[in-house]
Design a protein around this ligand. Structure first.
Ligand SMILES: Cc1cc2nc3c(=O)[nH]c(=O)nc-3n(C[C@H](O)[C@H](O)[C@H](O)COP(=O)(O)OP(=O)(O)OC[C@H]3O[C@@H](n4cnc5c(N)ncnc54)[C@H](O)[C@@H]3O)c2cc1C
Length: 252
């Protein structure tokens, strides 16, 4: 069967940024695709006579008039990401017309402190909504945690610096690096640092059911282990019919 291109929006790669050998960002011009910060789109390429598409979170923010941006890791065993890694400016790329997902601020109940907990490429949804005006009147404190294996994987520091400069008293950036000691970063994993109190000590804030809203995104082990620890502290999963404190999105 020939590929039915009518189901896809044809976009164009208009820029790329390489962070490490495996991590890269693609800027994609596809203005017909509209999204809410925190959502993911579907990027696709024709491979062996079929369209292969995968979800990717928007890093860009609709309040800025920029191309769409996606932060991607090349997974060698996968079909799509190694091909995305080879794309250059002016190459064609396809997108599903309608983004999806509920990892959005509108889904998060009120709280005093918003804990944004991400691993690897899952910083995207946070970068997207932290650059809008929406979170700042809603939360007194916003803590953005980005956990990686190596210091060189702590990408988007320029963007994070700009968020900090715009909200110096409200915003904290707490990087984690698990496999090497790094100035300014906590060594280890997010769930362990919640359990032993290091995350709260570094933030100078309590992480409890009375004050916290937690958004967890990325590695399924981090999401599962962190959810368990937060539940032990009395926080509950956030469901539409039953508002709680833990809103999650896993990447695989
Ligand atoms: C809601 C959602 C949003 C996503 N957003 C992003 C994003 O913004 N950036 C991004 O790089 N990926 C993201 N992903 C993962 C992405 O959709 C693909 O799975 C990934 O790019 C690999 O694609 P693939 O076809 O090469 O291999 P696949 O066949 O899709 O995956 C092969 C294996 O790779 C591993 N894997 C998948 N994604 C990752 C990852 N991000 N980090 C480490 N290991 C991984 C898993 O073990 C998986 O079984 C998201 C996934 C979901 C469900």
């Amino acid at each position: 069967m020939p590929i039915d291109y009518s189901k896809w929006v044809k976009g164009c790669v208009v820029g790329r940024r390489d962070w490490t050998d495996d991590l890269f960002s693609l800027q994609v011009e596809a203005p017909a695709v509209k999204f809410t910060p925190g959502q993911f789109g579907r990027l696709a390429l024709p491979i062996d006579d079929q369209m292969v598409g995968r979800p990717y979170s928007f890093v860009n923010s609709p309040v800025e008039n920029t191309p769409h941006e996606f932060y991607i890791v090349r997974v060698d065993v996968g079909p799509l990401s190694p091909r995305l890694a080879k794309l250059e400016t002016d190459d064609a790329i396809y997108m599903a017309p309608r983004p999806n997902g509920f990892f959005c601020l509108t889904e998060v109940p009120p709280g005093e402190t918003l804990w944004c907990l991400s691993t690897g490429t899952a910083l995207g949804p946070f970068m997207s909504f932290l650059r809008t005006a929406d979170p700042w009147p809603r939360f007194r404190n916003i803590v953005f945690v980005h956990a990686c294996r190596f210091a060189r994987e702590l990408s988007y520091r320029d963007m994070i610096q700009r968020i900090k400069a715009a909200h110096p008293d409200q915003f904290q950036y707490l990087p984690f690096v698990s496999r090497e000691d790094t100035d300014g970063a906590i060594r280890g994993r997010i769930p362990d640092a919640i359990r032993d109190g290091r995350l709260e000590a570094r933030a100078g804030l309590k992480l409890d059911a009375a004050t916290a809203q937690c958004m967890l995104c990325g590695n399924p082990d981090m999401v599962a282990d962190t959810t368990t620890i937060l539940e032990e502290r009395g926080l509950k999963k956030n469901k539409r019919k039953e508002p709680g404190h833990i809103t999650v999105e896993t990447y695989w």
